[in-house]
Design a protein around this ligand. Structure first.
Ligand SMILES: *[C@@H]1O[C@H](CO)[C@@H](O)[C@H](O)[C@H]1NC(C)=O
Ligand SMILES: *[C@@H]1O[C@H](CO)[C@@H](O)[C@H](O)[C@H]1NC(C)=O
Ligand SMILES: *[C@@H]1O[C@H](CO)[C@@H](O)[C@H](O)[C@H]1NC(C)=O
Length: 195
């Protein structure tokens, strides 16, 4: 061995040890970065760097939760990959109010719908923003509730829905009008009988 090489051997050893300690990406890289649903990732490591850095991004309509960047250290990723959570638009409910009034909700957030007085909720009062960016179960409606004294109208309209044709409805209405007329006439007659 030439004496010159002998003198640089310790330096070479040191370099070897340092190389293993620093783990350049070519020698001891992490496994491929984990993929995520509704998002993508790309390598943003600088050209000369010893470490691999991966940056995550979410698709439109999704929000990133967690650290957007993970780094490869000693063959392991610095942390778990972030998540892309769905965003749901504020549910529009006529004649009702939301338990929380904001324009966007994040996946798995719950909202309670409270109908204005006189209105009743149809379907589930509580809904959850789901992974597919829709509300689950479907957004409820607030419908005018029937109060005392309105039953007859509702019964009447139900009856009409049961009648097969518009002519039948017309006839039923005529009969109903006649019955009212007769009732009125009878009432008018009664006081006269008293005299
Ligand atoms: C929403 O409600 C569901 C079930 O009712 C529950 O499991 C979940 O933790 C709630 N989400 C939040 C963010 O509170
Ligand atoms: C809706 O959620 C609220 C608050 O979490 C709860 O108090 C209520 O019982 C829920 N209503 C129904 C119908 O599940
Ligand atoms: C969205 O997800 C819910 C469950 O979380 C499911 O019931 C519903 O069918 C899904 N809607 C669409 C359009 O995929």
């Amino acid at each position: 061995m030439p004496p010159k090489l002998q003198s640089i051997l310790p330096a070479l050893y040191l370099l070897g040890v340092l190389t293993l300690l620093l783990c350049p990406s070519g020698l001891c890289d992490c496994r491929i970065p984990p993929g995520i649903a509704h998002g993508s990732h790309h390598d943003i490591s600088s050209f000369l760097s010893f470490t691999t850095v991966v940056h995550y991004e979410c698709d439109e309509g999704y929000v990133l939760v967690g650290d957007p960047q993970i780094t490869c250290r000693s063959s392991q990723w610095s942390s778990a990959a972030p998540q892309c959570k769905a965003l749901c638009l504020k549910p529009e409910v006529e004649n009702g109010k939301l338990s929380e009034d904001k324009d966007l909700f994040v996946e798995s957030e719950n909202v309670t719908i409270r109908c204005d007085s006189g209105y009743g909720v149809v379907n589930s009062q509580n809904i959850t923003c789901s992974a597919n960016r829709t509300w689950y179960p479907e957004v409820p409606k607030c419908e005018w509730e029937v109060h005392n004294g309105c039953e007859q109208v509702v019964e009447g309209s139900k009856l009409m829905q049961c009648l097969p044709s518009p002519t039948d409805v017309k006839m039923a209405l005529e009969v109903y009008k006649l019955s009212l007329e007769i009732k009125r006439l009878k009432q008018e007659d009664q006081p006269k009988d008293l005299y």
